[in-house]
Design a protein around this ligand. Structure first.
Ligand SMILES: *[C@@H]1O[C@H](CO)[C@@H](O)[C@H](O)[C@H]1NC(C)=O
Ligand SMILES: *[C@@H]1O[C@H](CO)[C@@H](O)[C@H](O)[C@H]1NC(C)=O
Ligand SMILES: *[C@@H]1O[C@H](CO)[C@@H](O)[C@H](O)[C@H]1NC(C)=O
Ligand SMILES: *[C@@H]1O[C@H](CO)[C@@H](O)[C@H](O)[C@H]1NC(C)=O
Ligand SMILES: *[C@@H]1O[C@H](CO)[C@@H](O)[C@H](O)[C@H]1NC(C)=O
Ligand SMILES: *[C@@H]1O[C@H](CO)[C@@H](O)[C@H](O)[C@H]1NC(C)=O
Ligand SMILES: *[C@@H]1O[C@H](CO)[C@@H](O)[C@H](O)[C@H]1NC(C)=O
Ligand SMILES: *[C@@H]1O[C@H](CO)[C@@H](O)[C@H](O)[C@H]1NC(C)=O
Length: 870
């Protein structure tokens, strides 16, 4: 019965936060505590509504919130409890104003735990396309499916983790190991999703770079990511700033601490950086069960608690709900703050048009059956129709296949072994080419690695509605292909001289609440190696066959050294995590209907020791891990360049079946950077105002004869509690140090969504003509990297991706001129003293490179000078 599995899942969720760390292997380091880490206080929470684009939505929200009771406002802020409705979480409703329970549900690649949906390629696959249009189209598909199922807030995209830890479990949910690739992937996804009326929730803010110890237990506290101000701004925060600029409706905070202050109540992070400096107008929601304090989190800027439960889920307790009502009545949380929470949430709902015919949930993530418990968390629950099996797929399979295909990254192709001919004699090896022998979706949340790897595991998944395996798609084209879908090389196989062996291997990872083959989310035991003895399988094939193609499905960097230089290994493809169209997208490329056009969204090293020591996984039996970001900006290729370590394959690398020439480069100044710092920010617009007097206790008292559900979370207090809280409203709450109700001066780096609008004016525009000089059609990606001048006074990475554009399909001999625009922010550093972005005046000394990878530069431009081809 589905209910049982949901309860056992809940117990797993509880267990992960109550037991000692899972046994782990691999190079894990213990880190001594860093007493210096500190997150400065930043109060009060800035109110939303001051950006003109949002004025209409805030006006509507203001009108309603003005008339709401205390209990109604609290209802909007707090989930009804885990398993207390069809979605991963839902807020209370406000029937008096026609506001339903707002449904929040996973995931970044599709609607999780439902049917008749699309399982899109994962974020890392999307990043590898370097294709802004496909990023947007996939976002539209995600939004349409969310809407069709009645999901108000789809929990994605993910732009953190950022790949700081190559073994980290959830890197694959995001778009790559670079802030600009993440930023563009995230912003395009948000715009696509929100164009449908679905609300995106950008996650996880911030520093959730490893899975193990992200949450607290009885003996350990969730780790602290200790990030210096410059690294935060120039690296980890960058994609969040772009997401805010794309008007994301919601931001989800991370489980871990930043600078020893839990993200869910880190006032500097939420009030200071997100809401004031970045001008975020939407609402801030916790990660599931990441809420750890009531008054503290409200003051620090949190707007919504999900799924609403307190320290121990399913017990009917909450830090908010009735406790938030109490803390407003007793004066500890200013009613102003609650008004701002409710207004932010409703303003997003209005801005996306969810007041106009937005469907209610017509699915349940708790069961596959048509009928089921309406509130499984209640133990005693009414039963009703919960799944209407609404088909939301439309033609999204076209986008899913196009993304998976255009992400396929050709690392190597000796003697042009690829593309294959349709009559080639093919022998296929590896379980990764086939189906899950135990059936489609046979393990919950993809918590197993069987058959072709289409996505990692955890909450960032969706069920496969169907799966085209590589086996299906190859057999369709090549009736003579022979399949040996085992991970040990068959001794009986005979090799003919013309045979081509295709070996499928993979590497998986996921979220910490499931351990797969000894890997508790992070790749602790597998490391960066292929799973299931994949290296041995390739070596065995290379011993027998003189032409071997290796296809890799992987969550991230993987070490290829045992076989990549073997003479028979002629071709290597990374197909990333392709989703339901795994097979079709692969054969589109293998047989040459399309040239591969994906590029690596991360570096592939020779060995794991090529990375800085500070990015290894950390564990510690007691207390709190202090994860100091000592490597600063030097993540992935930035590190390899600084240490002059040659990677096996550089960031951005990806071959085609054809070749491209870059010619006629030119640079023009669009906006002159005549000052180092941007012009002064605009002033904030007006925000909604409300009376500040504490509401009457009667506004939060249980209505008489209310048909309450056991353990469900409500905003109500009994009469004695409500009047007692109101009677104590003059007692002083022990506010945190630095607490104040006087608004801070507006930060100079702010001024609009994403920051000072002057930061986003185009400063330089680079044009380059790309010509297909080979004999087959193909698409090229022009990647623009900047090298900032020493005159900025700080060390900067020698190359930083700041823009990219992809050509259409170019026929042999055909050209396309690409325009790559970069902004003031793109050429600035974060000045930690001035607290603003500092650019080289006029761009003096700035160098710009355009190429096909970070190491394959084709064009160099010196600002104020010329561009030349290299
Ligand atoms: C974290 O600490 C650094 C000092 O080490 C400080 O510059 C930065 O502002 C802090 N960030 C947050 C979010 O607390
Ligand atoms: C809210 O109350 C005001 C008067 O206080 C009234 O004019 C307005 O129509 C009410 N709005 C709604 C949505 O009930
Ligand atoms: C709060 O939400 C619940 C449903 O989640 C609803 O039953 C109740 O009526 C709501 N309370 C108010 C005051 O609107
Ligand atoms: C007010 O209520 C909240 C929630 O129960 C509680 O945490 C806080 O300590 C109370 N404040 C005072 C001053 O008693
Ligand atoms: C579920 O969605 C379908 C299609 O979007 C819609 O027709 C139906 O009314 C929805 N169900 C509910 C309960 O809103
Ligand atoms: C998408 O699905 C439809 C209907 O199932 C099918 O006809 C079509 O060929 C598929 N498109 C692609 C690109 O696979
Ligand atoms: C496959 O077909 C091509 C022509 O398309 C032909 O030149 C080649 O000899 C054929 N190979 C085999 C193994 O039949
Ligand atoms: C109100 O204050 C009194 C005396 O200080 C205390 O006994 C009581 O517990 C308080 N009640 C609440 C709800 O905070």
């Amino acid at each position: 019965m589905a209910l049982i599995s949901w309860f056992s899942l809940a117990l797993v969720a509880i267990a992960t936060s109550c037991t000692l760390a899972s046994p782990v292997r691999g190079p894990l380091e213990t880190r001594a505590s860093n007493d210096g880490a500190f997150s400065p206080p930043y109060y009060p929470a800035p109110k939303g509504g001051w950006v003109s684009n949002w004025a209409e939505a805030y006006g509507k929200a203001h009108h309603i919130v003005s008339n709401m009771t205390l209990a109604e406002k609290v209802n909007l802020t707090t989930g009804t409890g885990i398993f207390m409705g069809p979605c991963a979480g839902q807020t209370g409703s406000v029937p008096r104003f026609g506001i339903p329970n707002i449904c929040l549900h996973d995931s970044p690649l599709g609607v999780r735990n439902t049917d008749h949906n699309t399982a899109f390629p994962a974020g890392i696959t999307v990043g590898a396309t370097f294709d802004k249009e496909l990023m947007y189209e996939r976002g539209v598909g995600l939004g349409e499916e969310a809407r069709g199922k009645g999901v108000n807030v789809l929990l994605g995209p993910s732009v953190g983790p950022m790949g700081r830890k190559p073994r980290g479990g959830r890197n694959w949910e995001g778009f790559g190991f670079d802030p600009v690739l993440q930023a563009i992937g995230g912003a395009q996804t948000i715009k696509g999703m929100q164009s449908t009326g679905a609300i995106a929730s950008l996650k996880h803010l911030v520093g959730n770079e490893q899975e193990m110890h992200r949450m607290s237990s009885v003996v350990t506290q969730g780790y602290s990511s200790n990030i210096d101000d410059r690294t935060l701004h120039e690296f980890y925060l960058w994609p969040f700033a772009e997401g805010v600029r794309a008007e994301v409706g919601s931001v989800m905070i991370a489980y871990n601490d930043v600078n020893k202050s839990a993200c869910s109540q880190n006032s500097k992070l939420i009030n200071g950086i997100l809401k004031d400096e970045l001008g975020f107008q939407g609402f801030v929601v916790t990660d599931w069960l990441a809420h750890i304090g009531g008054v503290s989190s409200a003051l620090a800027g949190l707007d919504m608690s999900m799924p609403g439960d307190g320290a121990i889920p399913l017990f009917g307790n909450s830090y908010w709900g009735y406790e938030l009502s109490r803390s407003v009545l007793n004066g500890s949380v200013p009613v102003d703050r609650l008004n701002d929470m409710a207004t932010r949430i409703l303003a997003v709902w209005f801005k996306m048009g969810q007041d106009q015919n937005y469907p209610l949930p017509n699915f349940s993530s708790n069961t596959d059956d048509e009928k089921g418990l309406l509130y499984p968390g209640a133990l005693v629950s009414p039963i009703g129709v919960v799944n209407q099996f609404v088909n939301v797929q439309a033609d999204h399979n076209i986008t899913a296949r196009a993304v998976a295909r255009d992400a396929i990254t050709l690392l190597k192709n000796e003697g042009d072994l690829l593309p294959l001919r349709r009559n080639d004699s093919l022998k296929i090896f590896g379980s990764d080419a086939g189906p899950d022998p135990q059936g489609l979706n046979s393990c919950a949340d993809k918590g197993c690695n069987r058959g072709v790897l289409t996505m990692g595991w955890g909450s960032g998944t969706a069920k496969l509605p169907y799966l085209i395996t590589p086996q299906d798609a190859i057999a369709d084209i090549s009736p003579t292909a022979e399949f040996h879908l085992s991970d040990s090389f068959p001794s009986s196989v005979t090799a003919n001289p013309d045979d081509i062996a295709i070996v499928f291997i993979n590497s998986d990872s996921g979220e910490n609440f499931i351990t797969v083959e000894g890997n508790p989310g992070d790749r602790t035991s597998a490391g960066l190696h292929a799973w299931h003895n994949g290296d041995d399988l390739v070596k065995a094939a290379a011993e027998k066959f003189s032409n071997v193609v290796v296809v890799i499905h992987t969550v991230g960097p993987i070490i290829l050294e045992e076989w990549v230089d073997l003479e028979p290994v002629k071709a290597v493809l990374i197909a990333h995590l392709p989703g339901q169209e795994a097979g079709n997208s692969l054969t589109d490329v293998l047989f040459g209907d399309y040239s591969p056009s994906g590029h690596l969204p991360y570096t592939i090293p020779y060995q794991e020791s090529n990375y800085p020591a500070s990015v290894g996984l950390l564990q510690q039996p007691f207390g709190q891990i202090q994860d100091d970001y000592t490597e600063g900006l030097y993540i992935d290729y930035r590190h390899f360049l600084r240490e002059q370590i040659t990677p096996r394959y550089p960031f951005g690398h990806g071959l085609s079946y054809t070749t491209f020439d870059f010619s006629e480069p030119s640079i023009s100044i669009v906006t002159l950077l005549d000052t180092a710092y941007p012009p002064s920010r605009p002033d904030k617009g007006p925000v909604p105002t409300y009376p500040t007097n504490i509401p009457a206790a009667s506004e939060a008292i249980w209505p008489s004869n209310f048909p309450s559900i056991w353990r469900y979370l409500y905003p109500y207090l009994n009469k004695a509690d409500a009047t007692a809280a109101a009677a104590n409203s003059t007692k002083k709450y022990p506010y945190p140090e630095g607490y104040s109700t006087t608004p801070k001066p507006a930060p100079r780096a702010g001024g609009a969504e994403g920051g000072n609008p002057a930061l986003f004016e185009v400063a330089f525009s680079v044009e380059v003509t790309v010509t297909n000089t080979g004999h087959r059609q193909g698409r090229a990606v022009a990647q623009l990297y900047v090298e900032l001048p020493d005159s900025l006074g700080v060390e900067t990475p020698s190359r930083q991706l700041r823009q990219f554009e992809k050509t259409k399909i170019l026929q042999s001999g055909e050209s396309e001129t690409l325009t790559l625009e970069i902004t003031r922010k793109d050429v600035s550093i974060w000045d930690v003293v001035v607290q603003d972005w500092k650019a080289p005046v006029r761009g003096d000394g700035l160098k710009i490179y355009v190429g096909e990878s970070v190491l394959d530069e084709r064009v160099e431009c010196v600002v104020g000078g010329e561009c030349s081809t290299l």
